[in-house]
Design a protein around this ligand. Structure first.
Ligand code: SF4
Length: 199
């Protein structure tokens, strides 16, 4: 289904996408998932956070970023502050790959239309990619070690790559970078209010 961004019916359409994802059997991940994880957040969110794929806890609950990585993200949000209810959080693929392996190209290709439709409907000012694989999906030559914390442009939107919170749990330097990059988001959001970058 190809949705166009338009009006207040967007929240209904987002709900339809959610229901389609929950029922989706377009790739083999539907056979091993417990729950698909469509994403959550308000239709008018200014910021979209996009990770790679759901983990075990997300698979159990159907809710994005609820495991240890999600808790860390929420803790950093609280310190900035960014309110989780003001952002839409989702993943490139909506079902958990077995044993948390990287999603296959065919799985990403099958699932991408859901993400593109979510982006078009929500029309965020900033897309924040979490980790290397989410960045590569938008910028195939991107390098998370070089690009994190930089404002890039993707389809006339700000693309802002940061490290994945799961990596930050394992490495203190990455944690510092993640915290520092996320702290800049309110400032970037203000920048988008200027005429050139207006939504
Ligand atoms: S990963 Fe995406 S395409 Fe594959 S079954 Fe889940 S929702 Fe469908």
């Amino acid at each position: 289904m190809n949705f166009q961004c338009n009006n207040s019916s967007n929240s209904n359409i987002l709900q339809i996408i959610k229901e389609e994802v929950i029922e989706c059997k377009k790739c083999n991940l539907s056979r091993t998932r417990k729950n698909a994880v469509p994403g959550e957040g308000p239709t008018q969110a200014s910021i979209m956070f996009i990770g790679e794929a759901p983990g075990a806890k997300e698979d159990d609950t159907g809710i994005p970023f609820v495991g240890r990585a999600g808790n860390l993200l929420e803790k950093i949000f609280n310190n900035i502050p960014i309110f989780r209810e003001d952002v839409f959080i989702t993943n490139i693929v909506k079902c958990r790959p077995p044993n948390n392996r990287n999603p296959l190209d065919i799985e990403i290709k099958s699932c991408t239309p859901y993400l593109i439709n979510q982006i078009n409907l929500i029309n965020p000012r900033i897309i924040v990619t979490l980790g290397k694989y989410a960045l590569l999906n938008f910028s195939p030559t991107g390098k998370i070690s070089e690009d994190h914390g930089k404002m890039l442009i993707w389809n006339k939107r700000i693309l802002y790559p940061v490290y994945h919170p799961a990596a930050a749990l394992r490495n203190k330097n990455i944690l510092k970078s993640l915290e520092s990059d996320l702290k800049k988001i309110p400032e970037i959001l203000l920048l988008t209010l200027s005429k050139k970058l207006k939504k």
